[in-house]
Design a protein around this ligand. Structure first.
Ligand code: SAM
Length: 279
């Protein structure tokens, strides 16, 4: 993908980490996206910045696959709206291919590259026959996104619940834009729908792993990490939405039996929150 270095490079790194253990990550297609430069960047990150990040990114993917599986069992047909989708491959998982419609939203160059690549993977038989996701090319920082998202969801049908997923994306937005997006999500999350959100709580700023990640993103991905936005859990829970689950990478390591040794200091300790609207 030819473009000046930017934060979308991290989408290749997360893909590379998922591909290192497809059973743990439950992403059997991540390997399709791995180029030499993604491998080089990922290895550099793992060796020089955070050793446990590959396992954590694999568990992060597994966590959302399991949440989507539960949602599918509960509702049958639904729509997945994946904001900042990067090169995730949820639409191609077997339980997603019948009755689930998917909308993926990301920057134009990411969507264009992904769309071209998916067509090629299908043509060469590397992807199972499945409907490709609907897409929306959007830069949340530069465009009005509310009406555009509404229109796309309308096209996919209002007769079904929506699972909104924001995986490793929300905290890259500026404060004003993330506030607007969170307001829109609360409005768009109707009864029965769910929001799966990853956010960064203020205490991650005291973590060595986090500071080293910021330095790496600045030097390797042209990212000015000073704009990261931190949220308290209460930011999400004051919304009237019901919390179905909350955890962090440190807790997820224990939950899945991967490690008891993860701490806020040695881990890029994202927090996960799963919310629903009941009434
Ligand atoms: C760390 S990647 C995560 C990708 C994917 N969700 C995953 O977990 O592998 C962050 C993604 O957010 C997208 N992104 C960041 N800022 C954005 C913006 N302002 N508008 C649209 N997409 C953005 C990037 O292009 C990238 O694909």
């Amino acid at each position: 993908m030819k473009h000046p270095p930017d934060i979308s490079d991290t989408a290749f790194i997360t893909c590379y980490f998922r591909s290192l253990d497809p059973e743990r990550s439950r992403d059997p297609f991540a390997h399709l996206w791995i180029s030499d430069s993604a491998r080089r960047l990922g290895d550099q990150f793992k060796n020089e910045v955070i050793e446990n990040d590959p396992v954590n990114i694999q568990l992060r993917s597994r966590y959302w696959v399991e949440a989507l599986e539960r949602f599918q069992r509960e509702h049958g047909e639904f729509t997945l709206v994946n904001l900042g989708a990067g090169f995730t491959m949820y639409p191609y998982l077997p339980f997603m291919t019948s009755g689930v419609r998917c909308l993926e939203v990301d920057q134009a160059h990411v969507i264009d590259f992904k769309t071209r690549s998916l067509a090629e993977f299908s043509r060469t038989g590397q992807l199972p026959e499945a409907a490709h996701p609907h897409t929306l090319r959007l830069n949340f920082e530069q465009e009005d996104f509310e009406d555009a998202l509404d229109r796309e969801i309308e096209k996919l049908g209002r007769d079904r619940p929506v699972f909104f997923l924001l995986e490793g994306f929300f905290y890259y937005l500026s404060a004003a834009v993330s506030d607007r997006l969170w307001a829109w999500l609360q409005y768009a999350c109707h009864k029965g729908s769910q929001i799966g959100m990853i956010y960064l709580p203020p205490e991650v700023q005291h973590s060595r792993a986090f500071r080293d990640t910021q330095d790496f993103l600045r030097s390797e991905c042209g990212y000015d990490g000073d704009h990261i936005v931190y949220h308290d859990k209460s930011y999400f829970t004051q919304s009237g939405l019901k919390v179905l689950d909350h955890c962090s990478h440190v807790e997820l390591g224990k939950r899945y039996g991967a490690s008891d040794d993860y701490t806020n200091d040695n881990t890029f300790n994202e927090h996960f929150i799963l919310l629903t609207r009941h009434a």
